[in-house]
Unconditional design. Structure first.
Length: 546
């Protein structure tokens, strides 16, 4: 009967959870000598080789819900490039532009035209909208909507014409940076609108206050996830989307998309050498730019102003100030690289898992202005101008990912890679990721577990058997090439590709003639059978392909 531990149930759950990633069985060697695109798991019964100046591009998660490349082979040699930059979880979409007008006095038309010109009125300009959250376990938030700007419209009077001035609205705040091994950075503020203006000989309506919209704090980063030292790895997470620009006379701009997390690269050489002389890259991508703020303008009846007098001075119009730009999008986090070699490890290449940088904030919208020469019967010359809105802040930089190297204790190992796990730039920087390396794996494969008092098996005789069919889907049959009798303390073990024991079975003499194992619950991949007694030891490999 198969015995499955809780740890192995967790491994099997992970295989099911990431079942979108196809499993591929390659019989014999697998040599890649031209540029190609791959994703999923490749179980190679021979050797895997990537030639110099050749690039494998990992299919992004957005295309097939995978974003990872796992290679399992006897021997692995990487002299070219495996590029999984931006292959992880997607960033959040950008926020919509501010495009709405409100009025407590039903004078929304006064922003661009004349509306009830002889009476006071109020106009409110709504802000830009926040971007959406990034995806993944460490996906960052997309910020917050800004605040509206408001002010009075123009007002005609018997003695003076009163200009209207409307404060610009704010842009939505910046998205945070995605996290994985290192935490991303919190996004910055949305750009403030302005309520500043300058006048010469122009009275401004005091019926309502001129108020600018102010930007809020940016979206926080995502949470780090996974472990620093355990034999697991994951894809990176996305940054929060950029904020939209605030509304003024014109609409603001739409915010850019958050950066995408880096993908996943896993290389496992389970009997022979692991060589990495090329480049493995799982960087996150940069966040997009925040939406621009809407620019100010002049609300009037054509070029004639709103009042029924012949002067058409600057006081007959409504002026809007520039609105704030949206904060930038957050960068995606770095992804994951896991290298595991039971033979000699020669790892001197470049391993990159950097966070993407936060996007720049959108520029604030410009203001509007009027000049009037005056003259006989129309008073002195006049001028009025409204100021520009403020730019949004940068999005948060993405955190670095994780790089894990599990090397054997073989003599001759050289593990001196060039690694880059820095966080992306934003207002400052996202946190660096994590590098873990050890050389505690047994040299040249998995050491058999001890049975009885014989822990090293130095005196065991070879036990010759084969497992079939191979590949298998439901049952594995064991055929012994020589009959053995009077064997005691016989144990059968099955190990997965990571050397974890997932089956143990006590064999009786009766089971030797016809030994069959139900393996239907095992996930696709390559497994190792070991049969051990006090006097004999043998092993054979088989493949599961459902």
């Amino acid at each position: 009967m198969i015995k499955i531990t809780l740890a192995n149930l967790f491994i099997m759950f992970n295989f099911l959870y990431y079942s979108q990633c196809d499993s591929n069985i390659i019989n014999g060697d697998y040599n890649i000598t031209t540029n190609t695109t791959l994703s999923g798991s490749y179980y190679v019964t021979g050797n895997f080789y990537l030639a110099p100046n050749v690039t494998i591009t990992v299919t992004p998660f957005s295309s097939n819900s995978c974003g990872e490349l796992k290679i399992y082979a006897d021997k692995i040699t990487i002299e070219g490039i495996i590029n999984a930059d931006g292959a992880g979880q997607e960033g959040g979409s950008g926020g919509y532009a501010g495009n709405s007008i409100m009025s407590s006095t039903n004078d929304t038309l006064a922003l661009t035209k004349c509306s009830d010109e002889d009476n006071p009125g109020q106009i409110e300009l709504l802000s830009g909208y926040a971007g959406n959250d990034g995806y993944g376990s460490g996906g960052a938030d997309g910020g917050k909507d800004g605040l509206a700007g408001s002010g009075p419209k123009q007002e005609c009077a018997s003695t003076n014409d009163y200009a209207g001035v409307i404060g610009g609205s704010a842009g939505a705040s910046a998205g945070g940076g995605g996290s994985y091994g290192g935490a991303g950075e919190t996004g910055g503020f949305g750009g403030d609108g302005t309520d500043n203006y300058s006048v010469t000989n122009v009275p401004v309506s005091s019926a309502y206050a001129v108020n600018a919209g102010y930007g809020k704090t940016g979206g926080p980063s995502g949470n780090t996830y996974g472990t620093n030292t355990q034999m697991e790895i994951a894809i990176g997470s996305g940054g929060g989307g950029a904020g939209g620009g605030g509304r003024s006379y014109s609409n603001g701009g739409i915010g850019g998309v958050g950066g995408t997390g880096g993908g996943l690269i896993m290389l496992v050489a389970y009997t022979d050498s692991l060589t990495v002389k090329g480049l493995l890259s799982v960087n996150g991508t940069n966040g997009g730019i925040g939406g621009v703020g809407g620019s100010g303008g002049i609300g009037e009846d054509g070029n004639d102003g709103c009042c029924w007098d012949p002067c058409d001075d600057c006081g007959e119009k409504t002026y809007s100030c520039g609105s704030g730009g949206g904060g930038g999008a957050g960068g995606g986090s770095g992804g994951g690289i896991l290298l595991k070699g039971h033979g000699v490890n020669y790892i001197i290449g470049d391993l990159n898992s950097k966070g993407g940088s936060g996007g720049a904030g959108g520029a604030g919208g410009i203001g509007a202005s009027c000049t009037y020469a005056g003259g006989w019967g129309c008073g002195s010359s006049q001028s009025i101008s409204t100021n520009s809105g403020n730019s949004g802040d940068y999005g948060g930089g993405g955190g670095g990912g994780r790089i894990k190297i599990f090397a054997s204790d073989c003599n001759g190992n050289i593990v001196l890679p060039n690694t880059d796990l820095f966080g992306g730039n934003g207002l400052s920087f996202g946190a660096a990721g994590y590098l873990h390396a050890d050389n505690n794996l047994p040299c040249n494969g998995v050491t058999p577990p001890p049975v009885g008092n014989n822990s090293l098996f130095t005196n065991n005789f070879n036990l010759d058997f084969t497992a079939f069919p191979n590949p298998a889907s439901n049952n594995i049959n064991i055929k012994f090439n020589v009959s053995y009798v009077n064997l005691e303390n016989v144990e059968l073990y099955i190990y997965d590709i990571f050397g974890k024991q997932i089956l143990t079975k006590q064999l009786s003499q009766e089971s030797w003639a016809s030994l069959q194992l139900n393996v239907s619950d095992l996930s696709n991949g390559i497994y190792l059978i070991k049969i051990i007694s006090d006097s004999y030891f043998g092993e054979s490999r088989f493949t599961i392909a459902h």
